[in-house]
Design a protein around this ligand. Structure first.
Ligand code: CDP
Ligand code: CDP
Length: 211
């Protein structure tokens, strides 16, 4: 029996990964996993403990003991949670603790998974890999609109600076950096709304699988 289908969707912050991955999951009748939530939940635990998000031992312990309640928290978004997630995501022991859990999720019944290293590390054998990008200005604009809708008072320039800093940190880390897999198809959503991005992704997937 062949392995269940895994579709990897990676890319920088606010590129449209989650929006696209959810649509693809519905289209292919697959489960969806937002892997960023795992890192956000670990970072949030450390913030609660008053522990340094760069502290490896406490972060690894949090990663090894995550519960569904941790993933369901309402405070996993926003600048503080973003920074904490990116800090713990650079710790090898944290990534190791989350790796097998992500693989088991995908292997069970297949999945669309979005993150930074799905196509390079978690499922390097995935037959479909999309690397979703957009300009930093457009990504910042999208994140800023989301924050405004949630009632967060923050300037666009600050959002863009935070987003650029996080992308730089995620790209520069030595373990599982943000980088496109050699066999990923890149999708630039800068000028595409969610429907157009989905249509473009479906064209790339059809090309890839030759259907
Ligand atoms: O939604 P957004 O793209 O802004 O972030 P996210 O996907 O929720 O990820 C939050 C942080 O978790 C990222 O900045 C990365 O540092 C980390 N992350 C990662 O290292 N590997 C993943 N597979 C997913 C997220
Ligand atoms: O998962 P990621 O952080 O890459 O991005 P997202 O959560 O899918 O999208 C970030 C924001 O951009 C959301 O508010 C989406 O509705 C919006 N978006 C968009 O304006 N155009 C797209 N093609 C995709 C997403």
């Amino acid at each position: 029996m062949s392995a269940p289908l895994v579709i990897a969707v990676d890319g920088p912050a606010a590129a449209g990964k989650g929006t696209l991955a959810r649509r693809l999951a519905a289209e292919f009748n697959l489960a969806y996993l937002d892997t960023g939530l795992l890192y956000r939940a670990v970072g949030r635990r450390l913030l609660d403990l008053g522990a340094d998000p760069h502290g490896a031992a406490a972060a690894a312990e949090a990663a090894a003991t995550l519960t569904p309640a941790d993933l369901a928290r309402a405070d996993l978004r926003g600048p503080e949670a973003d920074r904490a997630a990116s800090a713990v995501a650079a710790i090898p022991a944290v990534r190791a603790a989350l790796l097998e859990w992500q693989r088991e999720f995908g292997r069970r019944n297949g999945a669309v998974m979005d993150g930074r290293d799905i196509g390079t590390v978690v499922f390097p054998e995935a037959p479909i890999k999309l690397f979703v990008v957009a300009t930093p200005e457009e990504r910042a604009r999208r994140r800023w609109l989301e924050m405004r809708a949630r009632g967060v008072a923050i300037g666009l320039a600050e959002v863009e600076a935070e987003l650029r800093a996080r992308d730089a940190q995620d790209s520069a880390r030595s373990v599982a950096p943000l980088v496109a897999a050699a066999d990923a198809a890149t999708l630039d959503t800068t000028a595409l709304d969610a429907d157009a991005a989905f249509a473009a992704a479906m064209r790339l997937i059809r090309d890839r699988i030759g259907a």
